[in-house]
Design a binder for this molecule. Structure first.
Ligand SMILES: Cc1cc2nc3c(=O)[nH]c(=O)nc-3n(C[C@H](O)[C@H](O)[C@H](O)COP(=O)(O)O)c2cc1C
Length: 218
């Protein structure tokens, strides 16, 4: 099987914003497409381990913010590599309510408020079919998944339907092991090192640079 052929399927990137009770939650998805034009329906695909799926099953109305090339990439790290089970993803950005659902603040190409109507079981993931409730324009060029990989040099975590294990050459070498520990403040990855981390060190999990690593007690 030519697995690489799958890499040529193109996608955009989106922030899903939903409620967990009274708290805003949500995550990054690359899997969003329009299903019908009349009475527009859309679909997204969510991993069953993602808290966002639980939230949408309880509160079916949610917002899809269309990420642009000008969207702060930290939004992708914050929403795509941590779970709202244990992190407040909106803390650094804030949000506004659009038709009763949270939409993270920032530059986006547009926002779609939708309501889930069907959950299709696909094993590890559910396809969530939703009807469009309202839409809001924004500005900018929609970020493609290819742009995210090639320009931002971002990765996707294992819960993303299109996860690919990084090639060995794309991962910066781990520094010589020592008893100092540095923790990525975005995804929580911990690296042990003898010295300060090298200037060009990037997180092998979320792709953030050295400035996101904070030394923690060993
Ligand atoms: C670039 C990118 C694309 C992603 N695409 C999807 C997706 O389409 N579906 C999905 O379930 N998770 C996807 N993820 C993973 C979730 O955003 C991630 O697992 C998140 O931490 C889930 O948070 P939650 O537990 O608060 O729902 C993607 C992550 C990134 C960074």
């Amino acid at each position: 099987m030519a697995a690489n052929a799958l890499y040529d399927i193109t996608y955009g990137l989106y922030v899903v914003g939903c409620w967990s009770g009274h708290k805003p939650a949500g995550c990054i998805v690359n899997t969003c497409f329009q299903v019908t034009s009349e009475n527009p329906r859309l679909a997204i695909c969510l991993n069953k381990n993602n808290f966002t799926l639980n939230c949408i099953k309880k509160n079916p109305r949610f917002c899809i913010s269309i990420i642009s090339e000008d969207t702060d990439p930290f939004v992708i790290s914050s929403f795509g590599f941590r779970s709202a089970r244990d992190a407040d993803k909106y803390e650094d950005f804030g949000y506004e309510e659009l038709d009763g659902v949270p939409a993270v603040n920032g530059n986006f190409c547009g926002r779609l408020v939708v309501e889930a109507s069907e959950f299709i079981d696909c094993g590890t993931h559910d396809i969530v079919v939703c009807r469009l409730v309202s839409s809001y324009g924004g500005s900018g060029v929609p970020m493609t998944y290819a742009y995210y990989h090639n320009v931002i040099k971002g990765n996707a975590p294992k819960n993303a339907p299109t996860y690919r294990a990084p090639e060995k050459s794309a991962v910066s070498p781990e520094p010589a092991k020592g008893n100092r520990k540095f923790r990525c403040d975005v995804c929580g990855y911990v690296v042990e090192s003898e010295t300060d981390l090298p200037e060009d060190f990037v997180c092998p999990v979320c792709g953030m640079n050295r400035s996101h690593f904070v030394e923690v007690e060993s």
